[in-house]
Design a protein around this ligand. Structure first.
Ligand code: DOR
Ligand code: ZN
Length: 366
């Protein structure tokens, strides 16, 4: 990162402007069909590589599904109202959706496709569109062995799904009951613990070798469950894994800003139409694609660590996936920006972003 020394600094000596290697988003939901008209332009404005989650209906289960889905994303990109440079640099990387029937051949084909970056494990029933997910890891042995063999990473939604387990304990229980076992059984497998929300998950990742890393979302760095529940239920803060206590938020902020290469950017930007969030049974997901960088900058600056943003946003994820670093740059500056109250979305609906209508201290410099 280049801290611009020509720019006046605040009393705390925080630079008012930073230039980063163009970031990548290692966990995003773009959806499909008409949704792509909104989500692709927003993602491409900020990110070069994005890892696209496969929880479509029906899910992306094979390399040929992934190739077709990627083409639909690229078709939407050609229509997007963004600069030619952003279009040229945007590079969607695909994932397969792990099911009980994912075979070693599916993994081999994915590894050889050149566009499948990883395989996403949703415990069946854990979250949005996870009904076709894995019911028991005993069904996954051959696929996991093949992933280890071909170097295809496993991305994990780390929550148990048992009805009797409290929603705030589901991540910790999965870490304790399952993650350690996967690491022991497949010691060479690359694993990303996605969107970690607890100090337990952070500590687990820290205790493993270089083959185990984690993504962290902007909402889990900036907010805790009080933001969602005190003074009225605020559905746009509802995502899974759910926001936790402030002590967990503080630990996530600590590890994200520590410079440790195991922790990198994954927004988990997850669009749901406003009326499906503001609902008696609201959907899980925070939409942040186009405001993620100002959100992360605000979080890092809140603890005086804006100088650590570039590693987290632009370097450590690429290193983990064995990809080259980007060569272009983006500049953020301490100019307030007010987040839109909503965006047009699909057939006449709207999409309400995280922190809609709020003003952030950081913005992307045009
Ligand atoms: O909040 C979430 N939304 N968490 C997930 O795991 C899935 C995502 C979605 O697809 O909407
Ligand atoms: Zn996700």
């Amino acid at each position: 990162m280049t801290a611009n020394t020509n720019t006046a600094t605040s009393s705390s000596d925080t630079p008012n402007e930073i230039t980063l290697l163009q970031p990548d988003d290692w966990h995003i939901h773009l959806r499909d069909g008409e949704a792509l008209a909104t989500t692709v332009a927003h993602a491409a404005n900020s990110f070069n590589r994005v890892i696209c989650m496969p929880n479509l209906v029906p899910p992306v289960k094979t390399a040929s599904d992934a190739i077709a889905y990627r083409q639909r994303i690229l078709d939407a990109l050609t229509q997007a109202d963004i600069t030619k440079q952003r279009k040229d640099e945007f590079n969607p990387r695909m994932t397969l959706y792990f099911t009980d029937n994912t075979s070693a051949t599916d993994i081999k084909n994915a590894a050889e496709s050149g566009i499948v970056q990883a395989v996403k494990l949703y415990p069946a029933g854990a979250t949005t569109n996870s009904a076709d997910g894995v019911t028991d890891l005993k069904h996954c042995t051959q696929a996991l062995e093949a992933m280890q063999k071909y170097g295809l990473p496993l991305l994990v939604h780390s929550e148990v799904t048992h009805a009797h387990v409290d929603i705030f304990d589901r991540e910790k229980q999965f870490v304790d009951s399952t993650l350690g076992q996967i690491v022991r059984d497949y010691p060479e497998l690359k694993i990303v613990v996605e969107h970690i929300t607890t100090s337990d998950a952070a500590d687990f990742v820290l205790a493993q070798g270089d083959n185990v890393a984690a993504t962290i979302t902007p909402q889990h760095l900036l907010f805790n469950r009080n933001h969602m529940l005190v003074g009225g239920i605020k559905p746009h803060f509802y995502c899974l894994p759910i926001l936790k206590k402030a002590t967990h938020q503080a630990r996530l902020l600590e590890v994200a800003t520590s410079g440790n290469r195991k922790f990198f950017l994954g927004t988990d930007s997850a669009p749901h139409a406003t009326h499906k969030k503001e609902n008696a049974c609201g959907c899980a997901g925070c939409y942040s694609a186009n405001i993620a960088l100002p959100l992360y900058a605000t979080a890092f600056d809140s603890v005086g660590k804006i100088d650590r943003l570039e590693g987290f946003a632009s370097i450590f994820g690429a290193e983990f996936y064995g990809l080259p670093l980007n060569t272009s740059h983006i500049t953020l500056h301490k100019q307030p920006m007010t987040i839109a109250s909503s965006y047009p979305y699909m057939d006449g609906s709207t999409l309400t972003p995280l922190s809609a209508g709020e003003t952030l201290p950081w913005s992307i410099k045009a």
